[in-house]
Design a protein around this ligand. Sequence first.
Ligand code: MSP
Length: 506
Amino acid sequence: MKTFYITTPIYYPSANLHIGHAYCTTIADAIARYKRLAGYEVFFLTGSDEHGQKIQRTAQAENKTPLEYVDPIVENFKELWKKFYISNDDFIRTSEPRHEKVVQEIFKRIQDNGDIYKGEYTGLYCTPCESYWTELQLDENGCCPDCHRPVEKVSEEAYFFKLSKYADKLLQHIEEHPEFIVPTSRRNEMINFIKSGLEDLCISRTSFDWGIPVPGDERHVIYVWFDAVINYITPLIHNPDMKKFWPADIHLVGKEIVRFHTIIWPAMLMAANLPLPKQIYGHGWLVTDSGKMSKSKGNVVDPVALVEEFGADAIRYFLLREITLGLDGNFNRDALIQRINSDLANDLGNLLHRTLNMIGKFQKKILIASTEGTDLDKSFRLEALDTAAEYRRLMDNVQLSDAVKVVWKFIGRANKYIDETTPWKLAKDETKRQELANVLYNLAESLRIVGILISPFMPATAEKIFEQLKVSSEPKLDDAEVFGLLEANHEVGKPEQLFPRILIED
Ligand code: MSP
C-alpha cells in the first residue's frame, strides 16, 4: 500500500488556540482524509511545542512548574481537535521522554559528524518567538521582524550548529526539486535568504533550564526550534512499522515558519544523514479586518465558541472554501453565516431533502432500476463523473478550495436537474413512471458521489448523507468515479435536515 505522511506544526501551549491554528490543522486533516479515501496508508501528526524560556517564565509567574502549566492547555488542544473532527494518528508532546531521547540522539549524531561545536554567543533574541535575529533582520524600530516586540541582547557560552556549511547543498536541493518549497513565492524568498548568507546557528542556552539537556553537558538546554522540528521523526525513527513514513510527504506550516522548515530542518537532516521531507507547504494566515489574528492584538476568534455555535463541519467548509491555500484569507462571521445559509442549508441541504422526500413520496423510499434515459439524464451522469475526476486532479494537486468549488458546482447542477426534470409532474403521469425512476435514481447516485467527495472536508455531514441514503459509511474515492453503484430496490432513509438556516440579526 502506498504511504502518505503529513504534519502540522506543533503548537505553543502559551495561549489558547484560535481559529488561525484550527485553519492549519483543518487543511492537514482534509488532505489526510483525502489520501485515506484514495487508498493510501496515512500517518498524520500534530502536537505541542512545550519547551523554552517563555513557557518557563509564564509558569513561574503562575507559581507552577512548566508541566503543571502546560498539561491542561495541551488537554484543551486535544479536546479542540476532537471537536474539529481532526483525525490525527498521533499527538506528540515535546516534553515526552520518547521525544527527548530522539532529540538527544540527533544532537549526538550531528555532533559526532563534526557539525556541532562550542562557542560564545552574543545575539538578539526574541523570547515570544523563540528566535534569534541579526541586527540587519530587525524591523525599523529595532524589534523582532515577526512579532515587532523588543529583542534582548544575550551573551553566553553555547553550542553551534554549522548551518553555514550547508548553504550550497541546500540551494542545490531547492533548485533541483521545484516541489520542495511551495508556493513559488516562498521558494524564491528562501533562495534569496540562503544567497544572502547563512550564519551558524546557536542551538543551546544556559540561562534557563526548561528544555532538553545537551547530552553530556547538562548545564545547556537545546534551542527550542532545534528540539521542535525533530518531533516530525520522533514517532518513526525507532519503530520498524513506522519507518516507511519517512521522508514526510508534506510539512504543512504557516508562512512565517517556512524558514525553519526549509533551511534549518533540512540542514539538520543532512548533517544527521537522513533523507529530506518531500515538500514544505507554506500556507497563508487567517486575518481579520485588523490584521493577523493574534492574542496581543486582541482580535482572536475562539474556535470552541464557534464550533458550539455553528458546528465543526460548517467552519471546516468555510475555511477550506474561502481561503486559497498559500494566500492570506479573511475570517468574517457574516461571510461564514452567508455560506452556511446558501451553500450548506440551501444547496446541499435542499438537494438531499428534496431527493429523499421525492423517493419517499413517489416510490415508497425504494429506488427503481434506471434505464439510459434522456439526453439530459446522460449529460447529468457524465457531469457527475467529470466532477469526480476533476476533484481528484485538484486534490492531488492540493488545490483544496478549487476542489470544494467543483463539488458545489455539481450540487448546483443537481438542483437544476430537479427543476428541469420536474419529478412532481412526472409523478402525476402513469406513463412517465420510468422517466421518474431514472431521475430519482440519478439524484440518489449523485448524492452518494457528493457524500464521498465532501467526506475529507465535512466528515460528519458526509456520514449523515450516507446514513440517510443507507449506504456504507466507509467511502472510497474509486466509488465516486463510477455511476450506478446503488442497487435497484435499494431502500433509502428519511430526510433529516443537514444544516439549519441561521437567522441574521440586524
Ligand atoms: N511551535 C512553533 C512551530 C514548531 S513546528 C516544528 C509555532 N507555534 S505557533 O503555535 O506559534 O504556530 C503554529 C502554527 O499556527 C504556525 O504554522 C502558524 O503560522 C499558524 N498560525 C498562527 N496564527 C495563524 C493565523 N492567524 N492564520 C493561520 N495560521 C496561523 O510556530
